[in-house]
Design a protein around this ligand. Structure first.
Ligand SMILES: C[S@@+](CC[C@H](N)C(=O)[O-])C[C@H]1O[C@@H](n2cnc3c(N)ncnc32)[C@H](O)[C@@H]1O
Length: 487
C-alpha cells in the first residue's frame, strides 16, 4: 500500500503570519507498514526502536491465540492504577493518562509552552487519534492550572473499535452539546407533561446523552427511540437510557414506522424529535460541512436531512404539540445558498400542509453547528400555546432588562464556552490515514494550535511480514508528541 501524505503546511501559533517566511516541513511518503521506514523514528536510534518493538511484541502470541482476556487479567493485577480495563479508577479516565504524564515529565520543557500560553491567556491543542480523551483532559487540566482559556480539537475515528475505549469521554466533548440537550429537555418538558407516557425520537450518539437528558423531561427509556445505522457500539446498559434500533437510518425507521407499515413496532406519535444531523441540509457528507447545490444527488445509500424531515411530517410521526430540534453543520463555503432560511421554509411548509403552526422558539449557535428548536401543532393546541406564551414572556423580559449585558458576556465567553471540537475529517470517518481528512482537520484547527499530539492507530494491525503494527504506533506516538509540541 502506498501512503500519500497531504501537503499541509504547519506552523506554530506564534510563527510568522502569511507572507512572511515559513519553513515548510519535508514529508516523505512510502509504504505504511514498511518496518524499515517505520523504525526510522528520526528522534532516537533505529536499534532502540527495534529493541522496544521486540519487547512490545512479546505478548502478541497471546492475542493471536485468542487469549487476550488473560492479558487484561494480568495487566489489571499488576497495574491497578489503570483501573479495570483502563476505565474508572484513573483520574484522567484511562492508562493513556499515565502515559501522557510520563511523556511530558520526560520531555521536561512543558513550562516553555505553558509560559507562552499564560502570556497569551489561552492554550489551544489538537489531539490526534485522541479518543476517548485522557490526553485532552490532561491538557484541559494544565490549561486550567495555568489560568488559560483552553481549547481542544479532537481528531479520532468516529467508529472506534470499542465504545468504552474509542469514543470521546462525555466530559471531554463540547459543552455546547450539553447546552443543546439541556435546552431540548427544558422545552420538551411542558409538552411532555400534557401527554401520558410521551414518545421521543432522537438521533443520538453511543453515549446516549440526549436521550438521558430527556429522562428529566418525563420521557421513559422505553419510549425514547434511537434509530442507528452506523454500527456504533452501544454499551450494554443502553436499555436503561433509550430503545436503540440498530441497522436502521432515520428515514428507514420513519418509513417502517409510518401508518401504512407498522412492522417496526408502531412507535409514537412523537412529542419530542431531535434530529442531530451534524451535516448540512442537503446531506453532503463529503466534505460534511459544505452544502451541495440544491438538486445535487446525494450519496445513494443515505437520505438527506431535508428528505428525512419531509418523511417525518408526511408520514404523521409528530404529535400535535411537539418539540422538533434540528442540528445542522455550518457551511464552510459562503458561495453556497444559506441553509437555515431554507430549513425554516421547509418546516413551515410541511407543517402548513397539515394545517399546523410551526414556530422557531430558540436557536443555539455553536462553532461547528447550530441547533434550532420548533414547537409544532394545531394552532389551538394547549401545549403549543403554553410554550409560546412562556417563551414570549421570557423574550420580553430579556429584551427589556438584559440584552446588552448578554451580548457582552457572550462575546467574552465565546472562546471558553465551546472549548472542545470533535473533528471527523472530510469524509466524516475521523480516519487520519486519508490525506483529505488531514487537510480538512488542519483547516478546521486554522493554524491556531500551540501543541499537536498523536496517540493513535493507523488501522494496520499487521504488516506484510506479520509484525503487529499497533506496537510500533505506541512507540512512535511519543515521538510525534515530542516533534510537534516544540515546532
Ligand atoms: C491509544 S487510543 C488513544 C487514547 C487517547 N490518547 C486517550 O488519552 O484517551 C487510540 C485511538 O486512536 C483511534 N484510531 C485508531 N486508528 C485511527 C485512525 N486511522 N484514524 C483516527 N483515529 C484512529 C482509536 O479508535 C482510538 O480511539
Amino acid at each position: 500500500m502506498v501512503f500519500h501524505l497531504a501537503a499541509v503546511s504547519m506552523r506554530a501559533a506564534d510563527a510568522p503570519a502569511d507572507g512572511e517566511e515559513v519553513q515548510e516541513l519535508a514529508l516523505e511518503s512510502g509504504r505504511l507498514e514498511d518496518p524499515q521506514r517505520m523504525s526510522d523514528a528520526g528522534y532516537c536510534p533505529r536499534e532502540e526502536v527495534v529493541r522496544l518493538w521486540k519487547e512490545k511484541s512479546r505478548m502478541d502470541a497471546l492475542f493471536d491465540g485468542g487469549d487476550k482476556e488473560a492479558y487484561w487479567l494480568a495487566r489489571d493485577e499488576i497495574y491497578p492504577e489503570a483501573g479495570h480495563r483502563g476505565s474508572d479508577r484513573q483520574p484522567l479516565g484511562n492508562r493513556s493518562g499515565d502515559k501522557i504524564e510520563e511523556i511530558v515529565t520526560a520531555v521536561g520543557k512543558l513550562e516553555v509552552l505553558l509560559d507562552r500560553c499564560k502570556e497569551k491567556g489561552r492554550l489551544v491543542f489538537a489531539d490526534v487519534c485522541g479518543a476517548p480523551g485522557a490526553w485532552s483532559k490532561y491538557f484541559f487540566k494544565l490549561g486550567a492550572e495555568a489560568r488559560c482559556v483552553t481549547r481542544g480539537f479532537g481528531f479520532s475515528l468516529r467508529e472506534g473499535t470499542n465504545v468504552l475505549s474509542c469514543t470521546w469521554f462525555p466530559e471531554a466533548r463540547s459543552p455546547s452539546k450539553k447546552a443543546a440537550n439541556t435546552r431540548l429537555a427544558e422545552l420538551a418538558k411542558p409538552l411532555a407533561a400534557l401527554k401520558s407516557d410521551p414518545w421521543a425520537l432522537v438521533l443520538d450518539a453511543a453515549s446516549l446523552a440526549s436521550s438521558t437528558a430527556l429522562h428529566g423531561a418525563g420521557f421513559r427509556a422505553g419510549r425514547i427511540i434511537v434509530p442507528n445505522d452506523s454500527d456504533a457500539p452501544f454499551s450494554s446498559n443502553s436499555l436503561s437510557k433509550a430503545t436503540v434500533i440498530q441497522g436502521l437510518s432515520l428515514k428507514d425507521f420513519i418509513m417502517q414506522n409510518s401508518k401504512k407499515d407498522r412492522s417496526v413496532g408502531g412507535y409514537g406519535p412523537f412529542t419530542c424529535v431531535y434530529c442531530d444531523f451534524t451535516e448540512c441540509l442537503y446531506g453532503s457528507w463529503r466534505p460534511p460541512q459544505e452544502l451541495e447545490e440544491p438538486g445535487t444527488p446525494t450519496v445513494a445509500y443515505r437520505s438527506s436531512p431535508g428528505q428525512d424531515l419531509q418523511a417525518l411530517f408526511r408520514t404523521g410521526q409528530l404529535a400535535s404539540g411537539a418539540l422538533l430540534a434540528v442540528t445542522l453543520a455550518h457551511l464552510r463555503s459562503n458561495k453556497k445558498p444559506e441553509q437555515w432560511p431554507q430549513l425554516r421554509l421547509l418546516i413551515g411548509a410541511l407543517a402548513a400542509e397539515q394545517g399546523w403552526c410551526s414556530v422557531v422558539v430558540d436557536r443555539l449557535e455553536q462553532r461547528a453547528v447550530a441547533t434550532e428548536y420548533w414547537v409544532l401543532g394545531e394552532p389551538d393546541n394547549v401545549g403549543l400555546q403554553q410554550v409560546l406564551k412562556k417563551e414570549l414572556s421570557e423574550l420580553a423580559r430579556i429584551q427589556v432588562a438584559v440584552l446588552p449585558l448578554m451580548t457582552c458576556l457572550s462575546a467574552q465567553r465565546a472562546y471558553a464556552g465551546d472549548n472542545f471540537v470533535e473533528l471527523w475529517g472530510a469524509d466524516g470517518s475521523g480516519n487520519v490515514c486519508l490525506p483529505e481528512n488531514v487537510s480538512h482537520a488542519a483547516a478546521e484547527v486554522g493554524r491556531e494550535a500551540d501543541v499537536v499530539m498523536a496517540d493513535g492507530g493507523f488501522l494496520v494491525l499487521k504488516g506484510s511480514n506479520g509484525e503487529h503494527m499497533e506496537n510500533y504506533q505506541e512507540i512512535v506516538s511519543g515521538s510525534i508528541l515530542l516533534a510537534e509540541a516544540w515546532l
